[in-house]
Ligand binder design. Structure first.
Ligand code: CAA
Length: 387
């Protein structure tokens, strides 16, 4: 089923995630989507399996898995319900990794164990209404007052922001009259109990409807000074560096969505009869299935090549963007083909492929649009050519 070579641990975690996703996620995924309902019992189940601590070392109660095991599990979860996959991807790749890699020991011991156990969900607050692709133009301002930072601004597109207990937030710490560009941004650990922290708007989305997306207003939000992560002024670098890892997770999610669409299409092609035989006997459908399977396998191979490079400690910026770009565009293309194979039945909610198509779209947008991935790949390619 897979071209990538897996060790026993990787096969075992993939099996565990697949069994769970097929048994618990698949049956209610359509209902959760229809009702735009985030399911806390699902969080509890995934917590019991250790899925919120997949990349957190054992000393902080995590599973301490390698990147490939994590990405394999994520793909299986996305096959079952891609809304669950984005929750795991954001939590495991961004806030927990930022605290692990850039936080101090006090922050790690305080926040990582409950995050690994799924008691505290993590979210990531980089974007703002006027700062999306141009992340460096964010305007949320943090001003130091004694033992606190006072934050003012609006954060947008925060995945499961209303369910999170820990939110890693980027804000400006340079003075309005003396801006320092990308070096004027810092990272803070927010918790929803802080005064001045307000959830303001839950987005009504085309897809991933069981994953809530929030706008958060920080209105004189008072943050204790010990919540600053790492060095003041390094926040954008921390965020963009963490997105190198986050984008691998989104690539995996996209591959899972595409695989779900391919599997549904192959089943349907065997069942649906037209002109006296199953549509899977027509070359028109066979060629579609062949192209879908080829692109998915290519996307997975690229992703796991990037993940293996990450495990070796190499810089993965370029390959992470390539994997995200290729996997998410594959997901959009494959799910569109799936709807075509289903014909009219693909366009209605009796079958899951219209949901897969809606879910696939956002993977080309969040954690950096396809256009941003191309910018990153081009920059890194030009730099490598010059070096
Ligand atoms: N790793 C580490 N550091 C990096 C980096 C990386 N991959 N990329 C850039 N940096 C550093 C740079 O070295 C630079 O540091 P210095 O100031 O010390 O030199 C700093 O970060 C700024 O980098 P650039 O000068 O390259 O920044 P830029 O303004 O030219 O923008 C960009 C670069 C690629 C366009 C970037 O802004 C970007 O990726 N934008 C998209 C943002 C994004 O993905 N947002 C999604 C938010 S999360 C989300 O979707 C919601 C959710 O909950 C899922």
């Amino acid at each position: 089923m897979s071209l990538i070579l897996l060790n026993e641990t990787q096969q075992e975690i993939r099996r565990l995630a697949r069994d769970y996703a097929q048994r618990e996620l698949v049956p209610m995924a359509a209902e959760r989507d229809r009702e735009a309902r985030f399911d806390r019992s699902m969080v509890q189940q995934m917590a019991e399996l250790g899925f919120f601590g997949m990349l957190i070392p054992e000393q902080y109660d995590g599973l301490g898995l390698d990147a490939q095991s994590y990405l394999l599990a994520l793909e299986e979860i996305a096959v079952g319900d891609s809304s669950a996959a984005v929750l795991l991807s954001v939590h495991n790749s961004l806030p927990t990794q930022m605290i692990l890699n850039f936080g101090n020991e006090e922050q790690r011991t305080r926040f990582l164990p409950p995050m690994a156990r799924g008691e505290l969900l993590g979210a990531f607050c980089l974007s703002e209404p006027e700062a999306g692709s141009d992340a460096g133009s964010l305007a949320t301002q943090a001003v130091r007052e004694g033992d606190e930072w006072v934050l003012n601004g609006t954060k947008a597109w925060v995945s499961h922001g209303n369910e999170a207990g820990v939110l890693l937030c980027m804000a400006r710490t340079d003075a309005p009259g003396a801006r320092k560009g990308s070096k004027g941004i810092s990272t803070f650990i927010l918790t929803p109990d802080l005064p001045g922290f307000h959830l303001t708007k839950k987005e009504n989305k085309l897809g991933l409807r069981a994953s809530p997306t929030l706008q958060i207003v920080l209105d004189n939000c008072r943050v204790p000074a010990d919540r600053l992560v790492g060095e003041e002024g390094r926040g954008l670098t921390y965020a963009l560096g963490s997105l190198d890892h986050g984008r691998l997770g989104i690539a995996s999610q996209a591959i899972g969505i595409a695989r779900a669409a391919l599997e549904a299409s192959a089943r349907y092609a065997g069942e649906r009869k037209q002109f006296g035989k199953s549509i899977g006997e027509f070359q028109a459908i066979q060629f579609k299935l062949a192209d879908m399977a080829t692109r998915i396998t290519a996307a997975r191979t690229l992703l796991h090549t990037a993940a293996a490079a990450k495990e070796r400690g190499e810089k993965v910026t370029r390959y992470s963007s390539m994997a995200k770009l290729f996997a998410t565009e594959t997901a959009m293309w494959v799910t569109t083909q799936a709807v075509q194979i289903f014909g009219g039945y693909g366009y209605v909610t009796d079958y899951p492929v219209e949901r897969y198509m809606r879910d696939a779209k956002v993977t080309e947008i969040y954690e950096g649009t396809s256009e941003i991935q191309r910018i990153v790949i081009a920059r890194e390619t030009l730099a490598a050519a010059i070096a």
